[in-house]
Design a protein around this ligand. Structure first.
Ligand code: NAI
Ligand code: MG
Length: 486
């Protein structure tokens, strides 16, 4: 049964309002494709209203700008308390609308709480430098919020994306307009209600639900938006960076997915490696930006690893994601499911060895079998493009030197991993792999304290970690002339 849906309107200036057009769009449950809510369909006109509210809330005399930095931190901690209070409800809502299994989603909500508290702790630690400038001068820097930020969210972990982006921007003192993904509008609205309850002044946080080419594009083109933070596809990331340079020169943070290599050396703890390789690519049905979508296995253990990987995939428990025993739910929608199935067909056609899975499950909902391909070669489409589905691609290699070159032979550079007992191999790999994250004898380990982001086409800038607020700040240098003599 769907959890109660309390909010379906736009959230602008702390009010719930219909879209100017009066239009709505459907939100679905990917488990069975049923409609669970009709949500306001915001477009350019609504984005204009939301940006106007956010701009007013950013005025130097506004309630928000006059708050002490420590009060911003307390507000974010209050928000964290409210997420914790409503964790079960938020988790059920996300599970229903997005298809992530309930155990994983509750873990993600907890990560959201941690993220909000971490951002809260940074709010009053934003400080500049005193600088020994040449000449009879005294210089210092102020770090000031960049302004109105447009935050464009993906559908694969909406709660975490909302919390991390919004809380970092608010810790810095910015105001925001959030545009959730059209597939998953509901938890962003529920979180907006919690921000209001926490006492965030009107206009500081606004949420406009709607479609990418309309509401999303309007935000990226808006002259009063100073910064865009986006997580999603490379294709849209490139469009956003171009749009950001048109009406004004927006600051841009982009997190754009990957084709992340996971390297298993002959001396690895085999069962541990099999388990993490599987979690790394089958978790959330493979809909993870840092999915271990290229598994490179050294020749000495290749056959055994492949056999165990197939066994693991066949034992994954598939079903309704609201069942706490289920590991594997549906893809988020039919379009994404069909994209994944098309990649599987390409893999078969181009000669990769399909060992298990490969099909849609049933005809209701958007389920795809956990799929394992072995003998994948670097030139194949499934070796190069982001599949974003439950498809493990296993490659064979001989030497560490060879595998580092092959791991780096991609336009992406988000995450990577290595399983080995040899510290020298692990450190050599860590130094030379072109990726924003390297995991050694584990995978997916990312916390509020650790910076996250990509090299190359995987993005621009970093989220989380102690420097994350810098992405939402401008540095102002103040220089004072000192008298030469007394
Ligand atoms: P997408 O990049 O189109 O959507 C992500 C967000 O961008 C949504 O909020 C969407 O409304 C918005 N958007 C779309 N077009 C826009 C535009 N012109 N201007 C401003 N905002 C716009 O991703 P989509 O189509 O949902 O998924 C396609 C593929 O993208 C996936 O199969 C996956 O490979 C990748 N992806 C990567 C994610 C990541 O975590 N890095 C998250 C989601 C998708
Ligand atoms: Mg798209």
């Amino acid at each position: 049964m769907a959890p109660e849906i309390k909010y379906t309107k736009l959230f602008i200036n702390n009010e719930w309002v219909d879209a100017c057009s009066g239009y709505t769009f459907a939100a679905y449950a990917p488990h069975d494709g049923s409609v669970i809510a009709q949500v306001a369909e915001g477009d350019r006109a609504d984005i204009d209203l939301a940006v106007t509210a956010a701009k007013a809330a950013f005025h130097r005399d506004s309630k928000w700008r006059l708050l002490d930095a420590s009060a911003r931190g307390r507000l974010l901690n209050k928000f964290a308390d409210l997420i914790q209070r409503d964790a079960q409800y938020l988790g059920e809502l996300e599970c229903c609308n997005n298809g992530m299994n309930i155990r994983m989603v509750l873990g993600i909500v907890q990560k959201g709480v941690n993220g909000a508290r971490y951002a809260a702790s940074l709010a009053d630690k934003i400080q500049g430098d005193t600088i020994p400038a040449d000449g009879d001068l005294f210089s210092y820097t102020l770090k000031q919020p960049v302004g109105v930020c447009g935050l464009i969210l993906p559908w694969n972990a909406p709660i975490l994306m909302f919390v991390n982006k919004v809380c970092t921007a608010l810790a810095a003192g910015c105001t925001v307009v959030v545009k959730p993904a059209e597939q998953t509008p509901l938890t962003s609205l529920a979180l907006a209600a919690l921000l209001k309850e926490a006492g965030v002044p009107a206009g500081v946080v606004n949420v406009v639900t709607g479609f990418g080419p309309d509401a999303g594009a309007a935000l990226t083109h808006h002259p009063d938006v100073a910064k865009i933070s986006f997580t999603g596809s490379l294709e849209v990331g490139k469009q956003i960076q171009q749009a950001a340079g048109k009406a004004n020169l927006k600051r841009v943070t982009l997190e754009l997915g990957g084709k992340s290599p996971l390297v298993i050396m002959n001396d690895a703890d085999l069962n541990l490696a099999v388990t993490w390789a599987a979690h790394g690519v089958f978790g959330n049905q493979g809909q993870m930006c840092f999915a271990a979508s290229r598994t490179f296995v050294q020749s000495g253990i290749y056959d055994t690893f492949v056999k165990k990987a197939v066994e693991f995939a066949r034992n994954i428990k598939i079903g309704n994601p609201s069942d706490p025993n289920v590991d594997h739910g549906p893809q988020v929608d039919g379009e994404i499911m069909n994209r994944v199935l098309a990649y599987i067909e390409k893999g078969k056609k181009e000669g990769a060895r399909l060992l298990t899975g490969g099909n849609r499950i049933g005809t209701t909902g958007y389920y795809v079998e956990p799929t394992v391909f072995a003998d994948v070669e670097d030139h194949m489409t499934i070796a190069k493009e982001e599949i974003f589905g439950p498809v493990q691609c296993i490659f064979k290699f001989e030497t560490l030197k060879e595998v580092i070159d092959r791991a780096n032979n991609t336009n992406y550079g988000l995450a990577s991993g290595i399983f080995t007992k040899n510290i020298n191999d692990a450190l050599h790999f860590s130094k030379h792999v072109e990726a924003g994250n390297v995991w050694i004898n584990t995978y997916l380990a990312s916390t509020a304290q650790t910076p996250f982001g990509g090299f190359k086409d995987s993005g621009v800038g970093r989220e989380k970690g102690v420097d994350c607020v810098e992405e939402y700040l401008e540095i102002k240098t103040v220089t004072i002339s000192l008298p030469k003599t007394f």
